[in-house]
Write a protein that binds this ligand. Structure first.
Ligand code: ZN
Length: 240
């Protein structure tokens, strides 16, 4: 048996289902989707290959970053998201380079659970874009998020820079928000994440369908800056 440390579905009340015919991802939210008992055993992630370790771990990171960016008021989620980012920063490179590192695996399992706990506060553009891309091209969810993150941070900068100045200080990253953005790109590069989604097989050919998929996504409205049609077109063109 094998599992990942990323989605945080063990503490989630959402289920994501892809319609293979229409290439649309639908998210079902219901309290009964939340498990009553969870056993987090990092031994079950030891056999994950490096690329899946990176992709799923960066999904946990995206959950923390988007929850931390969310304009909604939830101070407990804010704190959990920040500590979740720290765990990913410390332990994902270790789990990636040595899959047998059980301490890193355990901390990443915690980070995944914390990311999903934190995103009860909300998610934003990264997930709103990633869902239609994944549904149309079959790209890996967390890896897709990771490719989208630098452009989304840049787009959201006017709304989130002050809070990421604080996050950078906590994470030991020099240079405030700009330093955080450089850290994100370096983290991606170090984990073998491509700079463009084209390397994962995506194209901009269905651009209008990608945009409308993002506009219909439940997380579109939670982004710290409004995701207009024009903004999404620019974002998709930047990441694909
Ligand atoms: Zn996710």
């Amino acid at each position: 048996m094998l599992t990942t440390a990323g989605t945080g579905s063990e503490v989630g009340r959402a289920s994501v289902i892809t319609n293979a015919k229409t290439h649309v991802k639908k998210i079902i939210f219901h309290p009964k989707v939340l498990p009553t008992v969870v056993i987090c055993d990092p031994e079950l992630t030891v056999g994950l290959p490096p690329a899946i370790t990176a992709g799923t771990g960066l999904d946990a990171f995206a959950h923390c970053v988007e929850a931390f960016s969310s304009p909604h008021y939830h101070p407990m989620s804010q704190g959990i998201a920040l500590e979740g980012m720290r765990l990913v920063k410390e332990y994902l490179p270790r789990a990636y380079s040595d899959g047998q590192d059980i301490e890193a695996r355990a901390q990443m399992m915690s980070a995944a659970m914390m990311g999903a706990t934190a995103f009860q506060k909300g998610l934003g553009a990264i997930h709103a874009m990633s869902h239609p891309i994944g549904a149309m091209f079959g790209t890996h969810h967390g890896t897709t998020n990771a490719v989208c993150m630098p452009a989304v941070l840049d787009f959201n900068a006017p709304a989130i820079a002050p809070r990421f100045d604080q996050a950078a200080a906590y994470l030991g990253i020099a240079g405030g928000f700009d330093g955080f953005c450089r850290f994100v790109q370096d983290l991606n590069d170090g984990l073998g994440i491509p700079r463009k989604l084209a390397e994962l097989g995506a194209t901009t050919e269905p651009l209008e369908a990608l945009i409308s998929g993002a506009l219909d996504d439940p997380f579109c409205g939670g982004n710290p800056r409004p995701l207009t049609h024009t903004a999404l077109r620019d974002l998709f063109l930047a990441v694909v």
